[in-house]
Ligand binder design. Structure first.
Ligand code: IVH
Length: 681
């Protein structure tokens, strides 16, 4: 345990006072005025610095410090630990030339021709000290300012990678001090943010913040619930003589059961270090954790000792940093892009910025809810970050002092490509112009012509692409306008193949209603729903006038399907395409009513039931199954077509609706009777 420094230096007093003033200012802007001027991560950094300084100079802690008043409750900081050996930081280099200069310098200082290096990833987490006495983990602390850190022993014990005892691979020294990094793997980081979002909590901006926030929890149970990882890269102190090289020391750590960097290497010279750097740069996109560079260490401990240390960093190591994968930039515009399925995605157009060596001009905002949640508007300053090889994300908005913000982004009410109406589904928005939208056209024609739909042979991907690119087909009805002279100039077409395609199109002009509906590619209408709709409505004309209520009466049709179908036929562009098809000779076949003859024998055939409340004898599913087995239909909502509403215990609004519409109401006993009689009949 460390003893607090007796009289804090003036500089520390001034710095602490300044930090408190800044934090109070930002608290006021955020909580009172609702106009923050810094990003959450910048605020967190200020707060953390103050916490660190107060841990180092407890004499300067005052009861009114912002750190004591988080959400009204005083925050008990961790107890202080003075490290037995300082946890130094590293000098950094950003170019290979700087590392070559480092190599030159050490060779000169050591009067050596060859220097061997140990290289490792630079993990982007937080540095910790671990102490083992007689092979047992007794204490762990954060790095803090390098001299004094916070005692987080209890929290570290919850990390699965950390062995409570060292494995006895030979004699274990009586006293060992190890340095490592606590970090969070990318999939775990994404998962934890998903969990936080589900609970309505604030998410972490990056894995490093997530690791640090999780380790520095006052309640170890919270730390235990966070998937933290650990890697150990320095044997700082050992009561037994340590191995001669860094590599041997790390291998020994591994033999003791401590997790060690898998991607480490020894390099015979600085050019091998350069090759490792290149290799890790490529790996960076693939590895499941964030690294912000590589660490280059002289391998021989004797050489390390000879070179010694400066006040804050060793002379025997250097960090070669990768370019940061996050940057600040401005949102120039928010556009909406239309995917092949009609999904509308907001995309932020950005003032060009270099992020980790890649020039970035746009970032996905995923969906309209996300835009609202992050409150990103045109003109805003934002932080973009690339994680993995995906399109960059907007991490957060950075408030700028005195900025005059534009109005919040308004979700589109019509498709930016074809102006068709938009249908929403949870946080997602879709264009309903499936038959006309250029963004969707190629995919839609291919689907329309596919085996499960109209089965038009010869209308595959390549042909469709040519037809759409040459503007020969501009909506779904266009395929029925094709003539030989349109096809002949196209690649891969000759007289015979053109005639074959035209014949196939002609041949498909009398599709069944079911296949035709499936082929239209109405959002949410797959083969199964298409069959249900065809069975229920019998003709395209009847379906076109169906209301949401009527659709909801069909078993298996929920509100999203119902809304999507109604929106599709409510879109005038779709209707004119359907009319055009009709004019061009397409005759969708009505469902012949008598093909369902065998079902007619079933006693509940033609009767539609709606269930509300719970039944004693059957679950809803079982009751539905029995009704269906007897030829009846079970719908989700009550309408004029409903024959019976079965009211169980605690029935819902469907019962009122049934009363309003004068639909027959059955209680459980009556339902059982009906089913049993019908079954016997
Ligand atoms: S060695 C005296 N090795 O980088 C040498 N550090 O400022 C001590 N880091 O705070 C550090 N990965 O948290 C070393 N393989 C690695 C590392 C590593 C990440 C961090 C460490 C330190 C910072 C350098």
């Amino acid at each position: 345990m460390g003893s607090p420094e007796s009289s804090p230096p003036r500089a520390a007093q001034t710095r602490i006072a300044k930090l408190r003033e800044q934090i109070r200012h930002h608290n006021h802007l955020y909580h009172v005025l609702g106009q923050p001027e810094v990003s959450d991560s910048e605020y967190d950094a200020l707060f953390r610095t103050l916490l660190d300084m107060e841990a180092r100079y407890p004499a300067l802690v005052t009861p009114d410090s912002p750190t004591r008043r988080v959400g009204g409750a005083p925050l008990e900081p961790f107890s202080k630990v003075t490290h037995e050996r300082p946890l130094l930081s590293l000098d950094s280099a950003v170019t290979l030339d700087e590392v070559r200069a480092f190599d030159k310098r050490v060779k000169k200082d050591l009067a050596a021709d060859h220097i061997e290096y140990a290289v490792e990833p630079k993990y982007d987490g937080l540095s910790v000290e671990l102490v083992y006495d007689d092979g047992v983990f007794v204490r762990g602390a954060t790095r803090g300012d390098g001299i004094t850190g916070e005692d987080v022993t209890g929290n570290l014990r919850t990390i699965r990678d950390l062995p409570p005892r060292l494995a006895k691979a030979g004699p274990v020294p009586g006293h060992v001090m190890v340095r490592g990094e606590v970090y969070m793997r990318l999939p775990d980081f994404q998962e934890i943010n998903r969990r936080l979002t589900d609970n309505g909590d604030k998410t972490f901006a990056n894995p490093r913040n997530a690791a640090s926030g999780s380790l520095r929890q006052l309640d170890s149970r919270i730390t235990a619930s966070r998937p933290l990882a650990l890697t150990c890269y320095e044997l700082m102190l050992s009561s037994d003589p340590p191995p001669a090289t860094h590599e041997a020391a790390v291998t020994l750590l591994g033999a003791w059961g401590l997790p060690i960097p898998a991607q480490r290497r020894t390099c015979r010279d600085i050019e091998e270090v350069a090759a490792f750097h290149q290799h890790m740069l490529r790996q960076r996109e693939r590895l499941p954790f964030e690294m912000d560079g590589i660490v280059v260490k002289i391998n021989a401990h004797a050489d390390q000792r000879r070179l010694g240390e400066k006040s804050r960093s060793p002379r025997w190591a250097v960090a070669l940093k990768f370019a940061s994968r996050s940057a600040r930039t401005q949102v120039v515009d928010i556009e909406v892009s239309v995917g092949r399925t009609g999904a509308l995605t907001p995309v932020a157009k950005l003032a060009k910025v270099n992020v980790g060596g890649v020039s970035i001009e746009k970032a996905s905002l995923h969906n309209m809810e996300e835009v609202a949640r992050k409150d990103v508007r045109v003109g805003d300053t934002v932080i973009v970050e690339r994680a993995g090889d995906v399109i960059p994300d907007i991490v957060e908005r950075v408030p700028v002092a005195g900025e005059r913000r534009r109005a919040p982004f308004a979700p589109p009410t019509c498709c930016p490509m074809c102006r068709s109406a938009v249908v929403t589904e949870g946080p997602l928005h879709y264009c309903t112009g499936q038959t006309v939208c250029v963004a969707q056209l190629k995919g839609r024609i291919e689907h329309f012509a596919s085996k499960g739909a109209l089965n038009i042979e010869g209308l595959g991907e390549k042909t469709v692409e040519q037809l759409v690119d040459a503007k020969l087909v501009t909506d779904l009805s266009g395929i029925y306008r094709l003539r030989e002279e349109h096809l002949l100039p196209l690649e891969r077409f000759a007289e015979k193949s053109a005639a074959q395609l035209l014949a196939a199109i002609e041949h498909g002009k009398r599709p069944s209603l079911e296949r035709f509906l499936f082929g239209l590619g109405i959002h949410q209408v797959g083969a199964h729903v298409a069959r249900l709709l065809a069975d229920q409505f019998g003709s395209l004309e009847t379906l076109m006038t169906a209301t949401e209520e009527r659709l909801l009466e069909i078993h298996d049709v929920g509100p999203e399907i119902a809304r999507s179908v109604v929106c599709f036929f409510a879109e005038p562009r779709n209707v004119s395409v359907l009319n055009a098809m009709k004019a061009l000779g397409v005759e969708v076949q009505n469902v012949p009513r008598d093909t369902t003859a065998p079902a007619r024998e079933l006693p509940l055939r033609g009767k539609t039931f709606v269930l509300t409340g719970s039944l004693d004898r059957w679950s809803r599913r079982e009751a539905s199954q029995r009704i269906q087995d007897l030829g009846g239909k079970v719908a989700a909502a009550v309408g004029k077509q409903t024959h019976y509403v079965v009211a169980g215990k605690e029935p819902g609004g469907k019962l009122d609706k049934a009363r309003q519409l004068g639909v027959s109401i059955l209680d459980e006993t009556q339902l059982i009777e009906l089913i049993e009689n019908a079954g016997a009949g």
